[in-house]
Ligand binder design. Structure first.
Ligand SMILES: C[S@@+](CC[C@H](N)C(=O)[O-])C[C@H]1O[C@@H](n2cnc3c(N)ncnc32)[C@H](O)[C@@H]1O
Length: 204
């Protein structure tokens, strides 16, 4: 039987993707101000998946300072994709807008200062990729809106499903006839919760 590497956490910690100066600044700010961003591992995952799926119309729920939106923008830009990201905190939305401009992604990523629950009924999509990262207790309510605007075959990724507040969402996904989903509980260095769940789902 093949052996797993010794000290797997230290091993995978050294394999965290390299980041440019902008993302490193956002990571330092997030640490200093306790802003819960996805960090380099989930950020790298978002870039890989948005690139590999050739996502054209991405919706992000919960922007903060724009770290994950930049990762999504970098992933979809080569294929002409677009990102709409929603943030209800005006100060954070402004910071995200500036950071996205610094990343030269203003043509690709739009930040909308708005409450997700005011905007979702207005959005028609269709979206082929959604990243959900708002209050975990609100995931289930958001899911109800997403069914209508995510196209069949579209990908939904929900962060922090290891949090107790995501329990109602997790149960709904587990029994859903609309979404085919899988949960991963992972070691995620530099993530807000270095052990956490991620839900991946495809709209049937
Ligand atoms: C975990 S942070 C997002 C982090 C970001 N996705 C990243 O990794 O860079 C969650 C953000 O969602 C925002 N938020 C929470 N509930 C919201 C809602 N109902 N509408 C809009 N924004 C919301 C919060 O203000 C916060 O900035």
């Amino acid at each position: 039987m093949a052996d797993i590497v010794d000290h797997p956490e230290a091993y995978f910690r050294q394999l965290v993707p390299e980041r440019d100066a902008l993302l490193q600044v956002l990571e330092a700010e997030a640490k200093a101000e306790e802003i819960p961003i996805v960090g380099p591992v989930v950020g790298g995952l978002l870039l890989v998946l948005s690139r590999a799926t050739r996502a054209q119309n991405i919706l992000e729920l919960g922007t903060a300072t724009g770290y994950s939106a930049i990762c999504l923008g970098r992933g979809c830009e080569p294929n002409g994709g677009r990102v709409l990201t929603l943030e209800y905190d005006g100060n954070l939305a402004k910071r995200a807008w500036k950071n996205i401009a610094r990343a030269n992604l203003s043509e690709t990523v739009s930040v909308l200062e708005a409450d997700v629950f005011e905007m979702l009924p207005e959005l028609t999509g269709p979206y082929d990729f959604v990243f959900m990262d708002i209050e975990k207790k609100d995931y289930l309510a958001a899911l109800g809106h997403l069914e209508a605007i995510v196209q069949p075959g579209g990908l939904l990724i929900a962060d922090n499903t290891g949090f107790k507040d995501a329990e109602t969402f997790n149960q709904a996904m587990f029994t859903s006839a609309v979404w085919q989903s899988v949960q991963l509980f992972s070691y995620l260095p530099m993530h807000s919760g270095i052990y956490d769940g991620l839900c991946f789902a495809v709209r049937l």
